[in-house]
Unconditional design. Sequence first.
Length: 236
Amino acid sequence: MCAHVVVAEDDPKQADLVRRYLEREGHQVVVVHDGRAALREARLGTAQLLVLDVMMPELDGLDVCRALRAESALPVLMLTARTAEDDLLLGLDLGADDYLTKPYSPRELVARVRALLRRGSAAAIREGPATGVLSVGPLTVDPLRHEITAHGRPVDCTPAEFRLLEVLAGRPGRVFTRAQLLEHLNGIDRYTTARTVDTHVMNLRRKIEPQPRRPTTLLTVYGIGYKIAEVPRLAP
């Protein structure tokens, strides 16, 4: 699929290389060279994906991602020279959907972009009636509209967070292992580990639980994985 992609990279040569490869794929590409410009472009509402370098002037990529996630679910592919696991997980914790470490293959970047766009649009192209809305206690997940509400309030999620919640809410009471949840994410990068799932769950709890440290909806099953609490049926 062709999309409007914003590339935020302060190295002009690297930015031009990424632009050329993405345009060759058919995408419309806007290049910016600092964090404030990246945030400004993302807030226009026309972008479908942001390729975001971590080390940039004005505002670094982590700060851009943090600000963006407070107001948007725009898919974010982060580029970084940092390889430590804690740095990678920090980006995911802030809401990045995928990571590439430098140096990287431009062809791999194009493939990652393709996977993120496909995953982000899956709900919009999913076939099925409106009855596909999933309601479990205070939680409602609408795959057709790509919307989530919790306790009557709308919840903004990254595509990865939405997919996890959609899978869990589709089978309330069933326990999913971390490995099973990773399979459902379908396209998270090579640095994805069980800790990545834990990070997404922690972020979701902040968004859907009144008391994130005492969750009542998104539960941990120790030693196994996670589940959505099944609502007890009332006796007739």
